[in-house]
Design a protein around this ligand. Structure first.
Ligand code: NAI
Length: 261
């Protein structure tokens, strides 16, 4: 636990499921105030709020589509209105779908770039604007992916969006370091969440993914949430502009593990 996080406020986008939900619960355990953004799974939000309260934190659920400027503004406004501040912004909302690149429609390309990259941009901009206005040395955490580094055939739009997040994070880190605002990426590997539910329900497909992970197992959302808590806390005070990969070693060329090459 990180004592300095207690009582500070975070907005987490796409937090009604998966990694966002796990980060919300972890921040609750840190006794933070959490704005749980959701666009679906509304029925699950109340349970997350209650769990956070049982940990000693505070939380509210706020509907909002991260591709809509007004909705993202409302998330920051909700943090201010309900909890009086905003110290941590987690841009987590994301979508993916598989399609060979020659069949990728412009609509599909735009939809994925819109949620994953433009949504994160809006979250960064609104949070930074608020932090500058209120002289807060805040922390921005963008949930990227190992696919900001590893090319991913059939997921061209997804890989492009995460590559974009990498450069956005690094640029913002440089731009706002003089104000004490830290901007970092969190790069999960293969994590057991709804985004992967179909793939991991097939044992053969799951085994293929596991073979790409030096630590040998699919990560748990809580393991990503632990990295998010560290990036949010003052224990990472000298860290800005990085991608913290929490990927079981997936970015370390596992095909070479046996000395091949
Ligand atoms: P998930 O599907 O459980 O979470 C994604 C969340 O984003 C959902 O709650 C969904 O409702 C929300 N969302 C989608 N469109 C939205 C919009 N327009 N506005 C607001 N929220 C929206 O899947 P998961 O795995 O928890 O994904 C979270 C993030 O982690 C994503 O950015 C994903 O790309 C990233 N990631 C996940 C990995 C994995 O293996 N699970 C690996 C690497 C990155």
């Amino acid at each position: 636990m990180y004592k300095d996080l207690e009582g500070s406020t975070a907005v987490i986008t796409g937090a009604s499921s998966g990694i966002g939900r796990a980060i919300a619960l972890r921040f609750g355990q840190e006794k933070m105030n959490v704005v749980i953004n959701y666009v679906s799974n509304e029925d699950k939000v109340n349970a997350i709020v209650r769990k956070i309260e049982s940990f000693g934190g505070k939380a509210i659920g706020v509907y909002g589509d991260v591709t809509k400027e007004e909705d993202v503004k409302k998330l920051v406004a909700a943090a201010h209105h309900h909890f009086g501040s905003l110290e941590v912004m987690v841009n987590n909302a994301g979508i993916e779908n598989e399609v060979p690149s020659e069949d990728l429609t412009l609509d599909n390309w735009r939809k994925v770039l819109d949620v994953n990259l433009t949504g994160a941009f809006l979250g960064c901009r609104e949070a930074i604007d608020y932090m500058l206005e209120h002289r807060i040395k805040g922390r921005i955490i963008n949930v990227s992916s190992v696919h900001e580094r590893i090319p991913w055939p059939h997921f061209l739009h997804y890989a492009a969006s995460k590559g974009g997040i990498k450069m956005m994070t690094e640029t913002l880190a440089l731009e706002f370091a003089p104000k004490g605002i830290r901007v970092n990426n969190l790069g999960p590997g293969a994590i057991d969440t709804p985004i992967n539910a179909a793939k991991f329900s097939d044992p053969a497909a799951k085994a293929k993914v596991e073979a790409l992970i030096p630590l040998g197992y699919i990560g748990k959302p809580e393991e990503i949430a632990a990295a998010a808590a560290w990036l949010a806390s003052s224990e990472s005070s000298y860290v800005t502009g990085i991608t913290l990969f929490a990927d079981g070693g997936m970015t370390k060329y596992p095909a070479f593990q046996g000395g091949q090459g």
